[in-house]
Design a protein around this ligand. Structure first.
Ligand code: PMP
Length: 392
């Protein structure tokens, strides 16, 4: 028996022992040259993970919501017009944040499980006057994946910035910040970055920094003011000390270990491995004749799978039953369909064995709750899909 249950939710995820060990050392001073070196290295590695030699990386003690909050606070001034693509719960949150800072938000909402058609986005952009397009790369409530390169290209074509909530995508889904022309991409430590909760990470293009510098009004958020943090990030990357607020020293040590692992794997390998795991898990759910929330494979994320319960199976009995088998999965999140589906995260350094163990736990739970299917058919389908992707 493992000493803990396998955490297969869409964040926080299972953390590597080396990442956890890096946290449990005596806390140094934030002025210690060894820590300045670690912080600087982590910022450099963020450039590789976001594929952004030219952007500005930030690492701040906070959660992902804070990174979203300041992606609005630093760019928006009262009355600015923005487009928000709504594909679920976290898109709604981005909308609320934007309105809090006085943005005039035009929402383009997709039906549940789908994403807005780029043509619709272009029609709206054509009307003119939009400062930015905000959207989630992956909305964790629906498991829907947005098409970042197309949306970034459209935003720029019409003179708008492109701001991406990558909390459930970065370091797992393909994201080429510089090449695709993304202006802000935000994430948090506890998902594919692979570090316990507590760090917000984000990248800002030089163009977006310029927009912030040229504001008429001060950034209405003190701790989140990009320009307060900028000298600190620049100093550490140059292996010098600077202070705005005390960094999360132990978490940053962990972050540097996790980012080293990610960089060593290589971004292309990492994207491919997440696609492969996702394909195998989704093949298992299909074999069990369980539907998914995303309307097609094309719009489905590779970091998690959102699965509909079969007729007669209730969240309240299913989730604890899977936990009894040693695996934690999540319930639904999007209010109108919350009770109708569950979510399984498969990002970070999980093994294929972890995935098979999860499918097996789901099968055993379904079977004990009276769902009729051939036991082992999900596991077998995952094995086949995994082998097929290896042959490619
Ligand atoms: N955006 C997305 C897509 C998320 O999945 C989450 C967290 N589940 C957030 C934003 C908010 O991040 P946090 O909980 O770290 O504030």
């Amino acid at each position: 028996m493992k000493s803990h249950k396998l955490l297969m939710i869409p964040g926080p995820i299972e953390f590597d022992p080396a990442v956890l060990a890096a946290m449990s050392v005596p806390t140094s001073s934030h002025t210690d040259p060894a820590f300045i070196q670690t912080f600087g290295e982590a910022l450099e590695k963020m450039r590789t993970v976001f594929q952004s030699p030219s952007g500005q990386p930030f690492i701040v003690a906070a959660s992902g919501t804070f990174a979203m909050d300041v992606a609005a606070a630093n760019l928006i001034e009262a009355g600015d017009r923005v487009i928000l693509l709504n594909i679920g719960y976290f898109s709604e949150r981005f909308g609320e944040i934007l309105e809090r800072y006085g943005a005039q938000v035009t929402q383009i909402k997709a039906e549940i499980g789908n994403r807005p058609d780029p043509q619709q986005v272009e029609e709206e952009l054509k009307k003119g006057g939009y400062k930015a397009v905000y959207f989630s790369h992956v909305d964790t409530s629906t498991g829907v994946l947005n098409d970042v390169p197309t949306l970034a290209r459209l935003a720029h074509q019409y003179g708008a910035l492109c701001v991406v909530d990558g909390v459930c995508s970065i370091a797992a889904e393909e994201l080429r910040f510089d090449e695709w022309g993304v202006d802000v991409a935000v994430t948090a430590s506890q998902k594919a970055i692979g570090v316990p909760p507590g760090l917000a990470l984000w990248m800002v293009s030089q163009r977006a920094l310029e927009v912030c510098r040229n504001r008429k009004t001060p950034v209405p958020n003190y701790y989140g003011d990009w320009l307060k943090w900028l000298p600190v990030m620049q100093a550490h990357e140059a292996r010098q000390f600077d202070y705005f607020a005390t960094p999360a020293i132990n978490l940053i040590r962990s972050l540097n270990v996790s980012l080293s692992q990610i960089v060593a794997e290589g971004m292309e390998n990492r994207y491919a491995r997440h696609r492969k795991m996702s394909r195998a898990f989704k093949a298992a759910m299909t074999a069990l004749e369980l539907d998914q929330i995303p309307v097609s494979e094309e719009v489905a994320a590779h970091t998690l799978t959102a699965v509909r319960y079969p007729q007669g199976i209730q969240a309240g009995e299913f989730l604890p039953r899977v936990a009894q088998e040693g695996v934690i999965v999540s319930g639904g999140l999007l209010p109108p369909i919350k009770q109708e589906y569950f979510r399984v995260g498969h990002m970070g350094n999980i093994s294929f064995g972890d995935l098979i163990g999860t499918i097996s736990a789901i099968e055993r739970a379904l079977s004990s709750l009276g769902y009729h299917f051939t036991i082992g058919s999900g596991v077998a389908a995952a094995q086949r899909a995994y082998q097929e992707s290896e042959a490619v």
